[in-house]
Design a binder for this molecule. Structure first.
Ligand SMILES: Nc1ncnc2c1ncn2[C@@H]1O[C@H](COP(=O)(O)OP(=O)(O)OP(=O)(O)O)[C@@H](O)[C@H]1O
Length: 264
């Protein structure tokens, strides 16, 4: 079973953000990085796949099921989107927040197996010690881990992560991406993460997609994409490919001469 997108067009008013965008089959157990400059449309693509914003045309398939036409509740169980900003009632405890996520779109009755599942995911992410804290008491990085726990507890087929490491320190960036990769393989998720760190993307994701100018410019093996001039062109930087002593490829980048330093 794989996720594919065909000819997806999405606009905000007259501003066309995704223009007949297509994605080739992303298989279960695959961890793909979505790269692209600021405002390229990464969040818009995720929200369209998750059915959270209206789409002008195009289709999103999970196997032979068209997610665009299936029931809202069913789609919500198949696809989960982790937005950049944390959204959960600040009055809830960490445990309650994850439990609420688990019970969304299913029967409201809380069973002992639900409680066990929540405890398990908190332990998996090393945040069990925060279980009784209120969300309002957490740091930005802790909130990001809780947001991830809220997704993992649902056990969906497709996980769309919008900059899941943006609030995390170096240790937690590496540990969270390691956990996501491991669970993706073990549980057969189709995981896509929008990342700004190209080298983290290459380190953890087998596949990279580059979104620019409303389309997926390239989709392929991480080391192949890293070597493409397209990447530097999209980010308007000069790139050079290096290899670490461990044999890991990494991209070095510098601004082009006469670069415009303002945000586009
Ligand atoms: N609700 C909205 N209404 C109008 N325009 C929007 C809306 N959301 C996003 N946009 C515009 O759509 C474009 C793509 O935004 P999007 O957030 O999808 O980009 P992104 O690639 O995720 O950006 P970043 O890397 O900066 O988070 C931007 O020009 C943005 O201003």
């Amino acid at each position: 079973m794989s996720l594919s997108v065909s000819n997806l067009t999405v606009s905000y008013g007259s501003h066309v953000v995704l223009d007949q965008l297509s994605i080739e089959g992303l298989h279960r157990g695959s961890f793909t990085a979505l790269l692209g400059p600021n405002a390229a449309g990464k969040s818009t693509l995720f929200k369209s796949i998750a059915g959270l914003i209206p789409v002008h045309s195009g289709d999103v398939f999970l196997g032979d099921k068209n997610l665009r036409t299936c029931a809202k509740k069913e789609r919500a169980r198949e696809v989960i989107y982790l937005p950049q900003a944390f959204y959960s009632s600040l009055a809830l405890s960490v445990f309650e927040s994850v439990l609420v996520s688990l019970k969304q779109n299913v029967s409201w009755r809380v069973k002992s197996s639900d409680v066990h599942q929540v405890a398990q995911v908190l332990e998996l992410l090393n945040i069990a010690h925060l279980a009784e804290k209120n969300i309002s008491e957490l740091s930005g990085g802790q909130k990001q881990l809780v947001a991830l726990a809220r997704i993992l507890v649902v056990n969906p087929k497709i996980i769309l992560l919008d900059e899941p490491t943006s609030a995390l320190d170096l240790h937690h960036q590496l540990s969270i991406l390691t956990i996501i990769k491991k669970l993706t393989i073990e549980r057969g998720f189709i995981t896509v993460a929008a990342l700004h760190d190209v080298n983290l993307a290459a380190k953890f994701c087998g596949q990279i997609m580059l979104l620019d100018k409303g389309e997926i410019q390239t989709q392929g093996n991480a080391s192949d994409v890293l070597a493409m001039p397209l990447l530097g062109e999209a980010y308007k930087v000069e790139t050079s490919l290096e290899r670490s002593r461990e044999g890991q490829l990494y991209l070095d980048a510098k601004l082009l001469e006469n670069s415009n330093l303002a945000m586009a």
